[in-house]
Design a protein around this ligand. Sequence first.
Ligand code: PLP
Length: 450
Amino acid sequence: MAQLPNSLEARDVAFQLHSYADARKQEQTGSLVIEKGEGIYVEDVSGKRYIEGMAGLWSVAVGFGEKRLVEAAARQMEKLPYYHTFTFKTHGPSIELAEKLIEMAPVPMSKVYFTNSGSEANDTAIKLIWYRSNALGQPERKKIISRMRGYHGVTVASASLTGLPNNHKSFDLPLPQILHTTSPHYRTMKKDGESEAEFARRCAQDLEDLILAEGPETIAAFFAEPVMGAGGVVVPPDGYWQAVQPVLKKYGILFVADEVICGFGRTGNMFGTETYSLQPDMMTLSKALSSSYQPISALLINDTVYEPIADESHRIGVLGHGYTGSGHPVAAAVALENLKIIEERDLVGHVREIAPTFQKRLAGLADNPLVVETRGIGLIGAAELHHPAHSDTPGSLGAAANAAFQENGLISRAMLDAMAFCPPLIITDGQVNDLFDIAEESLKKVAASL
Ligand SMILES: Cc1ncc(COP(=O)(O)O)c(C=O)c1O
């Protein structure tokens, strides 16, 4: 790409190291500089408009340019731009948001611990789980199980939970206490002749076998997203959660539901926990919590978790953990206003209304010969691509499709060769059709070029 030496594009590659990019490739190709957003659309510096088919990073629930969030931030900035929640200090927005989240929680929860990102929420969950095991006099109960293809973040501990090779390679991860069980992706993981229900039961059996092999007394917790997001949008097979949860109960293993993507409406209920009748002991929330207008995340814990932790902090004299930005007043004020909008506009009801069109159009992508599977629920989905010409280079077909989408005005995300769709929750029926019209046309062009 020809770049003016002083352009934003040139200065970007000169000064910024990007997440999830091949840095050498980016030095050559440059970056896409987004300047503004409105509703489901964003615009780049050249004035080209795109449908933000990923709501940023699965996160801008109420859409771009929501003035009420801007005003909530400005009001809080003027009143109290910063204060913390260390020691015995606190402030109104963090109190109100904690109370609101406990009230909204789909299963009984007791306390909220605020963090700044999904990774930090999961990382904190792991630390508190270890602290609790020590408090209970079970110092051997430290191992944690997550799933292959699960995504839980990128800090040292949360990247270890993440079950994707590129989050481990050359980072010397995962940590030895973190183990991975079978991914619930039926199409790629099923055995010959195995039904979906049989596969779901085998996933639960694999989990139990792992627990028994390691020693049940050494397993502290199981982390899982109700629907896997960044691992390729993997919707669990029928019967999966009904088979998995009793295994956790049987061995007294805590269940942490990572609701960072599913939370606040994405699957057609306020939480994925409701969609799949889950009984987590802890939940992690972020992204749509503030529509990502401000960085904020939250860890919800029930009494089983809180009580021993409270005792241990009393025994030691302090809970030796805390982030400067925990429950930041501006982020908390924005999150509160964002939740108000989600409730007032009944965005969960809206997702249920729009989801049939979204899922029908997603399934329709399978008419393209490149598409080997579509999968989704609510307003999240993916189309998996395959072509023999690309089979030696996983991700190259996804990259080609991504480039075609972008050229035609649609931002998606290629997770290897699975194209993800996760638009703002405010998307209308007509806009869903626009999104998939572009996807269909782009995939036709990519197929024709092969
Ligand atoms: C399910 C899930 N958990 C955790 C995270 C990590 O969140 P963050 O990027 O804010 O650290 C993500 C990010 O995409 C996620 O999708």
